[in-house]
Design a protein around this ligand. Structure first.
Ligand code: 15L
Length: 272
């Protein structure tokens, strides 16, 4: 892989990952609305608004593979999700096709399936159950990825990221934590593995409480190094500071499920 484009380079994941990826992909082009605050002299940055296809095409020129971390990364107003993730997501795949990019890694999210209860173990082939407008936009991105793989031959890997960070932040994150180095592994699989056509994998480390069957990632060579249980005490101490959330504590998507919730509360099982 010669030239790799990373969108969302100034965001949380981009900021951490660009440092880990530089030794692996020295010709890394960074993009976002604004440059990262700590942009180094040796780094290449190209500004682009994902909602503007001409700008997206310009950053895709001469690129071999794309790591698409750009867009709105939490629940938000419909117009923000529409511009950044729906229009922006479509523009990314269409610009990649037009510019002859070979591979796209799409940062999907656990919120594409957040309304599965925590007692369900799910694979990547389940019906989408988004927990937010943000989750819907991730389902949309996965669908556009499938279309561009099947119709146009783009090699697409969607990573349903759990919670990316140095440590699991609370009880829920013990099940969905993703260590930065493990995301690097998944990105490399998407950019380099010879068998990729269209794949969905879960972006999760080696979490003993996981709700996800991630066997496809393992079949492709994924060997996570992070183990959430090593941080159990810290995560549970942080959890103790949080108020109970009847809906969020029942479903995999957590707080995103409880936001704006006025659905059927009798579906939520309460212990005791
Ligand atoms: C996500 O998809 C978000 O980008 C991140 O901010 C967290 O909310 C994460 O999911 C999570 O579920 O913890």
């Amino acid at each position: 892989m010669a030239r790799i484009l990373m969108t969302g380079a100034s965001g949380g994941i981009g900021t951490s990952l660009r440092k880990l990826l530089r030794p692996i992909y020295p010709d890394l082009v960074l993009s976002d609305l604004r440059p990262p605050a700590d942009l180094g002299k040796h780094e290449t940055f190209k500004a682009a608004d994902l909602a503007d296809i001409a700008q997206v095409e310009a950053i895709c020129e001469g690129v071999d593979g794309i790591l698409h971390f750009g867009g709105y990364s939490v629940e938000g107003p419909w117009d923000s999700i529409l511009q950044s993730n729906i229009i922006g997501g479509y523009n990314l795949f269409e610009a990649a096709r037009k510019q002859g990019v070979k591979r796209v890694i799409f940062a999907s999210s656990n919120h594409a399936v957040g309304f599965y209860p925590r007692h369900h173990r799910i694979g990547t082939d389940v019906t989408a159950r988004p927990d937010s407008r943000y989750g819907v936009s991730k389902v949309f991105g996965e669908a556009v990825g499938a279309l561009y793989a099947d119709k146009h031959g783009l090699k697409v890997t969607c990573i349903r990221i759990g919670n990316f960070g140095e440590v699991p932040l609370d009880h829920r994150r013990l099940s969905i934590w993703l260590k930065p180095e493990d995301l690097v592994q998944l990105c490399r699989i998407g950019l380099e593995h010879p068998d990729i056509h269209f794949e969905i994998v879960y972006g999760a480390s080696w979490n003993e409480r996981s709700w996800w069957d991630n066997h496809r990632a393992f079949d492709l060579g994924y060997r996570p190094t992070g183990r959430a249980e090593d941080f159990r005490e810290h995560a549970m101490a942080e959890q103790a500071k949080l108020p109970p959330d009847t809906v969020g504590d029942f479903y995999q998507g957590g707080a995103f499920c409880g936001m704006e919730f006025d659905g059927d509360a009798s579906r939520v099982w309460k212990p005791g």
